[in-house]
Design a binder for this molecule. Structure first.
Ligand SMILES: NC(=O)c1ccc[n+]([C@@H]2O[C@H](COP(=O)([O-])OP(=O)(O)OC[C@H]3O[C@@H](n4cnc5c(N)ncnc54)[C@H](OP(=O)(O)O)[C@@H]3O)[C@@H](O)[C@H]2O)c1
Length: 347
């Protein structure tokens, strides 16, 4: 089966996914999946298309050398993002543009137009999955297309798929996780004695933290992931105002020392609890006992503990960000869509 892909946004994650597609081209072909990239639209890097398929190696080389994509050999001028969705001969839209946690735009419009035009959608963009999940899921269902978002929580670590399949049958009572690598990196460095400012500076130098780090250090990114997990696991659309939120900016070296003396570590935790039919969520700095698996999650790693009826606590640890790590989430979404479509064909 051949699937045509169009990209909205072509930054770190979009390019990382394309590198994986090239590396895995032969194994995907052996599975029966052939792909073509027929259009790319990026507000900063340009827009290109070719209905026969763009030369992916050439696109990656051009963007690496020039920072733009328009001079890619064999590429024709493309369209803006909404036109790319409606005019390209794509089966799947790969939405990897900018995340906005206040309005979810412009990604929300990209998502809606993709689904309204009966295109499958794969994404790592948190905004629409946090703020408009039910509406988007219903739209995808009514249009008979797939909507997949594995990379929105813990990048390629398959938390979403796990939450939607096996573990979801085990009556999950609570989930609690370290869902933001930047803040976990800063807290880990503070454990070693660095000040908050020095640890933040190091995180910025390593590319973990943005120049304006508010989304991470004030807890907004963790909050968005908690909203997504509540949508996926509990089918409960939390509002931003439902979730008390704390960041890490007030954590001092003294707090960390005191926690250590009490046999614990301070972690930025996102939590959702289900009691009877009530859902409670929060983002807070919590003292985690050294004996708990979350206490040993260091650096930019992420982790999540599911409290389940039959298994007790199940903790998954893995990357929460990164070019290839998040690109892999899109590969996993693509392969799951391919499997669904090929099963449909066999029926
Ligand atoms: N990087 C990670 O590890 C990671 C992990 C999980 C999830 N995510 C999410 O995945 C998405 C992509 O992340 P990234 O790291 O690849 O970001 P990025 O490097 O900033 O790339 C995004 C690209 O999309 C472009 N863009 C912005 N608005 C657009 C629009 N309306 N139409 C077309 N293109 C647009 C951006 O241009 P400008 O530069 O001009 O804005 C940029 O070139 C984000 O939503 C991010 O939150 C990233």
């Amino acid at each position: 089966m051949q699937l045509n892909l169009a990209f909205i946004g072509f930054g770190t994650v979009g390019q990382g996914f394309c590198e994986i597609l090239l590396e895995k081209e032969e194994s995907l072909r052996q599975l029966g999946l052939e792909y073509k990239i027929t259009a790319i639209s990026d507000i900063a890097k340009g827009t290109i298309q070719n209905e026969q398929g763009l030369n992916l190696e050439a696109v990656l080389k051009t963007v690496k050398e020039t920072g733009r994509i328009e001079e890619t050999p064999g590429a024709k001028p493309g369209w803006n993002s909404l036109e790319t969705i409606t005019k390209s001969n794509s089966d799947i839209i790969v939405e990897v543009s900018y995340t906005d946690l206040k309005t979810a735009e412009p990604a929300l419009s990209h998502f809606k137009v993709a689904l309204e035009n009966k295109k499958h959608l794969i994404t790592t963009n948190k905004g629409p999955c946090a703020l408009a999940f039910n509406e988007l899921s219903a739209l995808a269902k009514s249009q008979g297309v797939e909507f997949r978002y594995e990379g929105t929580v813990m990048s390629g670590t398959p938390i979403i798929t796990l939450a939607q399949t096996s573990i979801s049958y085990g009556n999950i009572k609570e989930i609690k996780g370290i869902l933001n690598g930047t803040t976990n990196f800063i807290l880990t460095e503070m454990e070693k004695g660095k000040s908050y400012q020095a640890a933040l500076k190091q995180a910025q130098a390593l590319g973990y933290a943005e120049a304006i780090p508010d989304a991470d250090v004030l807890g907004w990114d963790t909050l968005a992931k908690i909203m997504i997990l509540s949508n996926v696991l509990f089918k409960y659309p939390l509002k931003v105002s439902d979730i008390p939120r704390q960041g890490i900016t007030d954590v001092s070296l003294e707090d960390i020392k005191k926690a250590r003396e009490k046999g614990s570590k301070i972690k930025l935790i996102g939590r959702i609890k289900r009691e009877r039919q009530k859902i409670q969520a929060e983002v807070l700095c919590e003292r985690i006992p050294l004996t708990h698996p979350l206490a040993s999650v260091e650096g930019a790693l992420n982790a999540i503990t599911f409290k389940t009826e039959y298994l007790g606590d199940v903790t998954i640890v893995g990357p929460g960000a990164g070019r290839k790590e998040t690109g892999f989430a899109l590969l996993s979404d693509l392969c799951q869509i391919y499997q669904r479509l090929s099963q449909g064909r066999k029926k």
